[in-house]
Design a protein. Structure first.
Length: 563
C-alpha cells in the first residue's frame, strides 16, 4: 500500500495548487507535502479529568511522528464525562457521544485525506468511539489510552470515584457525617486521568491491548506518570511503520481478536459496557458479536485479576506488576487467549508476550492454577422478561440469584427518589424502565441509584434490572441492557408492582411469574409514552438499534461470520 494513499489527493497535481496554498498558510513546506500524513485525534477538554492532559500527550505523539518522517496534523473531538453527567438528564448525552466521536473523527480524516490515524482517548465513550472509527476507515491506526487517574487516599485506604458515589448513599442512610462526605469528595480524584478501578475506561483500555490496536503495556501507566512518555514516542514510530508496511485495522481486528477482547473483559472483572462496545466495534467490520458469544467466552475464561469493584486493586496496582501484558500472558497460559492474532507491532500476540512473566509474590494478577474465580466476571441472563437478554457483572458479587416482588419505576429520577426515601426493602427487585437506547434516549447509566442502594447496605439483598446500563463501578446483582427495551414494548414495559421476578446469574435466567393470558392482556393495553424530541436526541432515537447489537446507528458493511 502506498503510505501516501490518501494525502497525495491534495498534495500532488497542478489542480491542487489552492489546496496546498492553504496548507502552506499553516507553516507546511515542500518536505511536508511529500511525506505520509497522520491525523492525531485527541479528546482533550476541560470537561473531565480523564481528558484534561491529552493536549500535551497529543503534542508529544505529533512530535514523534515528525521525527519518524511523516507529517502530523492534530485535531480534537468531544468527550462527555460520565462521572459529571451521572444522575441527571445529562447522562443521555454519554452513549450518544460515542457515535459523535466516531463520526467527527471520520469526517476530519475523510475531509483532509489523512493517510493514518493515532487516536488518543481518555473518558469512557471516547475509547470505543476511537476504535470504531479506526475499524470504519481501515487506514493504518494506533490507539493510545490517555491513562488512569492516581488513586486518592482516605483513612489510609485507596479510594476512587466509586467511593464518592457510595458515600452519597451512606450519608443518606445516616452512616457517615457531612464532614466525612466532604472529605471523601475531596480525596477521590487527586489529578488527571480516567477513573481508577476496572470501570469502563480502564476496561476498554485493556480491550484495546487485547484487540492488538494499542501498543503492549501502553494502557496501564497513569495519566500523570512519566512512564507514559516512552509510549507517546512509540506510538509515533508505530503509526509510521504501519503506513509503510500497509498494516491496517482489518488485518488486526479479526473475529479471534474480538474473542480476546471479550476474554480480557471477563478475566479482569470488567465493565458490562463491553457488551455494548465490543459488538459496536466489530459491527464496523461486518463481524457479528452476540450475547451468546459473550456468555460462552466469559464462562470459559477464569477471573485472573483482582480489580475494583469486584476485586481489591486499581489500574495503578496492575501497572506496578507489569500492566496489561501480564494479564494477557496469564490468559495465554490458561488457554483462553488466541496467541496467533496480528497486532499493531507487526508481531502476533504470542510474540509480543514471549518474554512476559506473571510476577510471584503479588495478588493483583493470578494464574490459571489459582484463579480468583474459575469463570469470568460477565454473565448473560434471558427469559420471558428479557427475550433479547440482559448483562450482569458477576465479579465480586456474593449473591447471584434472587426472587422477589418487583418495584417498578419509569425512569431513573423516580427510582432515586424512592431510594432516598428509604422505600426499597431487602428482597425487592427494582425495575427501572424507559431508559434504553431509544427510550431514554441515550441509555443512561444507573450508578447513582445502584451506589445509593449499596451505600444503604442493601447491595446484596436487592436486585435491580433496567433497559438502561451501568457504570463499570456498579456492583451488586444488577442487570443492564434488558431487551427488548420498554419503549419498543418489551416485557419490561409490562411488569407491574408486586410481580414475582427471578434474577439468576448462575443459571442465566431473568423471568417473571405471569400467565400467557395476563401477559397478552397487558400487552394489548400498553401504549408507548408520548414525548417530543429535538436535536441530537431525536436523531439518535430515530437511528439507534438494540443494545444487544451494540446500540449502533448505521447499517455498517455486510455482516459475516469469520473463523
Amino acid at each position: 500500500m502506498d503510505p501516501r494513499h490518501k494525502s497525495k489527493t491534495i498534495t500532488e497535481g497542478a489542480d491542487k495548487t489552492a489546496n496546498r496554498a492553504m496548507l502552506r498558510a499553516m507553516g507546511l513546506g515542500d518536505k511536508d507535502m511529500t511525506q505520509p500524513w497522520v491525523g492525531v485525534a485527541t479528546v482533550w477538554s476541560e470537561a473531565t479529568p480523564c481528558n484534561v492532559n491529552l493536549h500535551e500527550q497529543g503534542q508529544a505523539v505529533a512530535e514523534a511522528i515528525t521525527a519518524n518522517g511523516a507529517t502530523s496534523r492534530r485535531f480534537n473531538t468531544i468527550s462527555v464525562s460520565d462521572g459529571i453527567a451521572m444522575g441527571h438528564d445529562g447522562m443521555k448525552a454519554s452513549l450518544i457521544s460515542r457515535e459523535v466521536i466516531a463520526d467527527s473523527v471520520e469526517l476530519m480524516m475523510r475531509g483532509h485525506c489523512y493517510d493514518g490515524l493515532v487516536g488518543v482517548a481518555g473518558c469512557d465513550k471516547s475509547l470505543p468511539g476511537m476504535l470504531m472509527v479506526m475499524a470504519r476507515l481501515d487506514v493504518p491506526s494506533v490507539f493510545l489510552y490517555g491513562g488512569t487517574i492516581m488513586p486518592g487516599r482516605y483513612k489510609d485506604k485507596d479510594v476512587t470515584i466509586q467511593d464518592a458515589f457510595e458515600a452519597a448513599g451512606a450519608y443518606a442512610a445516616g452512616t457517615i457525617t457531612k464532614d466525612e462526605l466532604h472529605a471523601i469528595e475531596c480525596a477521590v480524584c487527586p489529578g488527571a486521568g480516567a477513573c481508577g478501578g476496572q470501570y469502563t475506561a480502564n476496561t476498554m483500555a485493556c480491550v484495546a491491548e487485547a484487540l492488538g490496536m494499542a501498543l503492549p503495556g501502553s494502557s496501564s501507566p497513569p495519566a500523570e506518570s512519566e512512564d507514559r512518555d516512552a509510549f507517546l514516542k512509540q506510538a509515533g514510530a508505530a503509526i509510521v511503520a504501519a503506513l509503510h508496511s500497509g498494516l491496517k485495522p482489518s488485518d488486526i481486528l479479526t473475529r479471534k481478536a474480538f474473542e480476546n477482547a471479550i476474554a480480557i473483559g471477563a478475566a479482569t472483572g470488567g465493565s458490562t459496557n463491553v457488551a455494548l462496545h465490543i459488538p459496536a466495534i466489530a459491527h464496523e467490520l461486518g463481524i457479528t458479536i452476540t450475547f451468546e458469544d459473550i456468555q460462552e467466552i466469559s464462562h470459559r475464561t477464569p477471573t485472573l485479576a483482582s480489580l475494583r469493584p469486584g476485586g481489591k486493586y486499581v489500574m495503578l496496582d496492575l501497572h506496578k506488576v507489569g500492566g496489561v501484558p501480564v494479564v494477557l500472558k496469564a490468559m495465554l497460559d490458561a488457554g483462553c487467549l488466541h496467541g496467533n492474532v496480528m497486532t499493531i507491532t507487526g508481531k502476533t500476540m504470542a510474540e509480543n508476550l514471549k518474554d512476559v512473566v506473571v510476577p510471584k509474590g503479588q495478588d493483583v494478577v493470578s494464574t490459571h492454577e489459582n484463579p480468583f474465580s474459575p469463570t469470568g466476571g460477565l454473565a448473560i441472563v434471558k427469559g420471558n422478561l428479557a427475550p433479547d437478554g440482559g448483562v450482569i457483572k458477576t465479579a465480586g458479587v456474593t449473591r447471584l440469584a434472587l426472587t422477589g416482588p418487583a418495584k417498578v419505576f419509569d425512569g431513573e429520577e423516580a427510582t432515586m427518589a424512592a431510594v432516598q426515601a428509604r422505600q426499597i426493602e431487602r428482597g425487592d427487585i427494582v425495575v427501572i424502565r424507559y431508559e434504553g437506547p431509544k427510550g431514554g434516549p441515550g441509555m443512561r447509566e444507573m450508578l447513582g441509584v445502584t451506589s445509593a442502594i449499596v451505600g444503604q447496605g442493601l447491595g446484596y439483598d436487592v436486585a435491580l434490572l433496567t433497559d438502561g446500563r451501568f457504570s463499570g463501578a456498579t456492583r451488586g446483582l444488577m442487570v443492564g441492557h434488558v431487551g427488548p427495551e420498554a419503549f419498543d414494548g418489551g416485557p419490561i414495559a409490562l411488569v407491574q408492582n408486586g410481580d414475582i421476578v427471578t434474577v439468576d446469574a448462575e443459571n442465566g435466567v431473568l423471568s417473571f411469574e405471569i400467565s400467557d393470558e395476563e401477559l397478552a392482556k397487558r400487552r394489548a393495553a400498553w401504549q408507548p409514552p408520548k414525548r417530543h424530541l429535538s436535536g441530537v436526541l431525536a436523531k439518535y432515537a430515530a437511528q439507534v438499534g438494540p443494545a444487544y447489537q451494540g446500540a449502533v446507528t448505521h447499517p455498517g458493511p455486510e455482516h459475516k461470520q469469520l473463523g
